[in-house]
Design a protein. Structure first.
Length: 253
């Protein structure tokens, strides 16, 4: 299909997303400009990675690129639009499946979830971008495709498949947000994870007791906080229980 020139292409997408999908070569006519959508997004991503998402503004990105703020608006009409493109660049394409040929849905979906979590933990600024709609950008849809494909032979209908992807994606994002929040808090306090945990347990023991909080006391007397030895235990536990429930549904078909 021939690419449309600048103008209404009938997709209903912002011009920047049409360019991301390859539906537009560049905005406007005349000599090819030195500024490109890729350069703009790369500069914004680098800024977010170094200083956080709050540092990203159209003016600041323009300054990083050495251009006027108005020149950015030929490519991106609003900061919210830039956020979508930044998120897409940040998550990238999903990695090729590591599971061997003939791998089952559970292994493929688990791999998908862990890969998504790794991307978010490596680019925590993505977690600070508000979700304003369903995914429409190229890489985001590639992740959706990979997740749905893992469920192809399960016997689930299409509504159940997308609901599964949303459920697991929510688990991944929620766990990544909590982990990122805790890391931010530890950085601000200047303490290590071990020191932070020790302070937390000491506070709990001071504020609770077997009479007022018997369940919390039993938890503190166990090795739940210190005995697993697996940094991903909570995520693995939550994902495993979701997949167990899904396995029951699939087997009933």
């Amino acid at each position: 299909m021939a690419k449309e020139p600048a103008g209404d292409t009938g997709t209903g997408l912002p011009a920047s997303l049409e360019m991301a999908w390859g539906l537009r070569e560049r905005p406007g006519k005349g000599p090819r400009p030195t500024l490109t959508l890729t350069r703009i997004v790369d500069a914004a991503v680098a800024l977010a990675a170094q200083e956080g998402i709050d540092a990203v503004s159209m003016g600041r990105v323009a300054k990083e690129l050495g251009v006027s703020t108005m020149s950015l608006y030929r490519y991106v009409t609003a900061k919210e639009e830039l956020y979508i493109l930044m998120s897409d660049a940040g998550v990238g394409l999903p990695p090729d499946p590591l599971a061997g040929e003939g791998a089952g849905w559970r292994e493929l979906l688990s791999e998908w979830a862990y890969a998504q979590r790794a991307v978010l933990m490596a680019n925590t600024w993505i977690l600070r971008i508000p979700i304003t709609g369903a995914p429409v950008s190229p890489n985001q849809l590639a992740w959706m495709e990979r997740g749905l494909a893992a469920l192809a032979d399960t016997g689930l209908d299409e509504g159940e498949k997308i609901s599964t992807i949303i459920l697991i994606g929510g688990l991944v994002r929620n766990e990544a947000v909590m982990a990122a929040d805790m890391m931010d808090a530890m950085r601000k306090s200047g303490g290590s994870p071990d020191v932070a945990m020790s302070q937390y347990l000491r506070t709990l023991r001071l504020m609770t007791g077997p009479d007022s909080h018997p369940a919390v006391t039993r938890l503190l007397d166990s090795d739940a906080f210190t005995g697993s030895g697996e940094p991903d235990f909570q995520f693995a536990f939550g994902l495993g229980r979701v997949l167990d429930g899904l396995a029951d549904l699939i087997s009933s078909r």
